[in-house]
Design a protein around this ligand. Structure first.
Ligand SMILES: Cc1cc2nc3c(=O)[nH]c(=O)nc-3n(C[C@H](O)[C@H](O)[C@H](O)COP(=O)(O)OP(=O)(O)OC[C@H]3O[C@@H](n4cnc5c(N)ncnc54)[C@H](O)[C@@H]3O)c2cc1C
Length: 499
């Protein structure tokens, strides 16, 4: 039986292990922490003597392909849902929300009335669906994303607009109002301060809708999203995957195909036929003996999150009949302001440049799933934080974020506690290079066919020039997310190479 060692037990390592053990390999995972899960784990706080669990890193599920959810066995054990109610968008100069209906015609009417939108919303959605279906086919068939295949499957016009073009051109093509462009384009800076003028950034927009577990939408998991990695760990154990936790790798020798590490003060050395790094992309370069290139990732992360805890269920002043809806508060009214704020964060010229806050009502969703907890939780996910300071040094910024949201809540006095994480914290907690939740920003030079560390386009998940070494962490195609797509695609490529 051929031996595979996987370094890292985040969602990508766990998904790769699941497919490879079922393909007949002897699979071992080596993890440096005491628990599996990577950035998809829980945290807990005791507030006024009562415990509350919450998502430490990732919070909402959406990008996982449905086939991975089913084939790994997760679907049998995970309870979850996505809200069918409209998302609610607030701009600072507006009294009430604009509703992002799932139905295109209803949405067209709403955006026309609220934002004076005269563009082509139906065409945008139809074309986006074509691109999304194309991406989903790449996932399922584990096909390398190339320029040629995009041109062949989508045609030159759609490919140039949606995959290789700038986010700015894509938004200008379909929309007339700045507010529609802002809402539809906000995901461009999901992972870091990518410029909307950078070729290749258009692709991030359909990418974020390319999950199928919740039909392209984002939703919730009963108890919390960490159940995905917790349950997958148990499924993998039952299938025979071996896991070494709390292990410190000292060397990877690709010529003798051995990996050495220290576990419980003992030296361990294992042989492998194939080695997969499901870590950030810098880690393998530090561990592989004789690695010649010095990988330095310049792109910083600018995302942070506040988890806010309330004594009683949050009552919204607006649209309280949609308690499970995602809400978005924009501090900018134009694409130029949006771009300035994210580029200022890139230059690190201040601690925080307000752009938008995404609000995930996880506590309400838990009640909908009959999980009654001691506190209600709102997750406030935001961008444009500087890279260099920890949450402890930025109490004022945490207050500014919370104070942007509280005016929308009737029972704001029920807020009892909040927990803040900055990019620097994410770097220290999850080893994300420069705190970037996608490990590397989805700029043009790291999107679609460029999101690889292989020097061989046919071996997309290979790690540089090393034989039998692969990389499938969040820095690889498609991007960082609780999806496992990279782990799955890498495992398929490995099996193909082996036959
Ligand atoms: C604050 C925050 C919010 C997010 N929100 C969402 C969200 O709502 N929805 C979503 O889908 N995604 C979200 N993400 C992104 C998502 O969490 C990650 O992209 C995803 O979990 C990455 O999975 P991974 O398996 O590629 O890597 P990781 O989860 O980073 O796992 C890598 C593993 O490798 C281990 N490792 C590293 N170095 C070594 C070594 N030398 N030896 C052994 N082991 C090593 C690490 O300890 C870790 O366990 C968020 C991330 C953060 C931080």
């Amino acid at each position: 039986m051929k031996k595979i060692i996987i370094v890292g037990s985040g969602v990508n390592g766990l998904v790769a292990a699941n497919y490879l053990v079922k393909a007949g390999y002897d699979v071992t995972i080596i993890e440096k922490k005491q628990i599996t899960g990577g950035a998809c784990i829980k945290d807990s706080e005791i507030i006024e003597g009562k415990n509350i669990d919450f998502a430490y890193g990732a919070t909402v599920l959406g990008m996982m392909p449905e086939f991975i959810f089913n084939e790994t066995g997760l679907s049998k054990e995970i309870v979850g849902f996505y809200p069918k109610s409209p998302k609610l968008v607030y701009f600072k100069d507006e009294e009430d929300s604009t509703k992002i209906f799932q139905d295109s015609s209803e949405l067209e009417k709403e955006l026309k009335n609220k934002w004076g939108e005269k563009g082509r919303i139906n065409d945008f959605r139809n074309d986006e669906n074509k691109v999304v279906r194309f991406i989903q086919k790449l996932y399922k068939d584990a096909i390398t994303p190339t320029v040629e295949i995009a041109y062949k499957e989508l045609g030159k016009e759609l490919s140039d607009l949606w995959i290789f073009g700038t986010a700015k051109d894509l938004l200008d093509h379909y929309f007339t109002s700045e507010k529609s462009k802002l809402y539809m384009g906000m995901t461009v800076i999901e992972s870091g301060p990518a410029s909307i003028y950078d070729p290749g950034t258009a692709f991030t927009i359909p990418l974020m809708d390319s999950g199928s577990v919740y039909n392209g939408y984002w939703g919730f998991v009963k108890k919390g999203i960490w159940k995905i990695t917790e349950i997958l760990t148990n499924i993998n154990f039952a299938l025979g995957v071996k896991i070494y936790l709390n292990s410190c790798i000292t060397e990877v020798d690709t010529s003798s195909k051995t990996i050495s590490f220290i576990k419980d003060d003992k030296d361990v050395r294992l042989n492998y036929d194939h080695l997969i790094f499901a870590t950030d992309p810098v880690t393998p370069s530090k561990l592989i003996k004789d690695f010649k290139d010095d990988i330095v990732l310049d792109e910083i992360g600018t995302s942070g999150k506040v988890t806010a805890f309330f004594r009683n269920p949050v009552k919204w002043k607006d649209s309280n009949n949609y308690p499970d809806s995602f809400r978005f508060i924009f501090s900018n009214n134009s694409l130029n302001q949006f771009e300035d704020a994210s580029q200022n964060a890139l230059k690190n010229s201040g601690d925080y440049f307000a752009g938008f806050i995404q609000i995930y009502p996880d506590g309400s969703a838990q009640r909908t799933m009959n999980n009654n907890e001691n506190y209600d939780k709102l997750i406030l996910f935001t961008k444009n934080l500087s890279y260099d300071k920890k949450a402890d040094d930025l109490g004022k910024i945490r207050d500014e974020i919370v104070d942007t949201v509280l005016p929308y809540i009737e029972n704001a006095n029920d807020l009892v506690h909040s927990k803040f994480l900055t990019p620097k914290d994410l770097n220290e907690t999850f080893s994300f290079p420069k705190g970037n939740i996608d490990h590397i920003t989805l700029t043009g030079k790291q999107n679609y066919n460029n999101r690889t560390f292989s020097d061989n386009p046919n071996n997309f998940y290979s790690y540089y020039y090393f034989p039998d070494v692969y990389y499938c962490g969040a820095g690889s195609f498609p991007c960082g997310s609780v999806a496992g797509t990279a782990g799955y695609m890498c495992s398929k490529q490995l099996v193909r190479n082996d036959h």
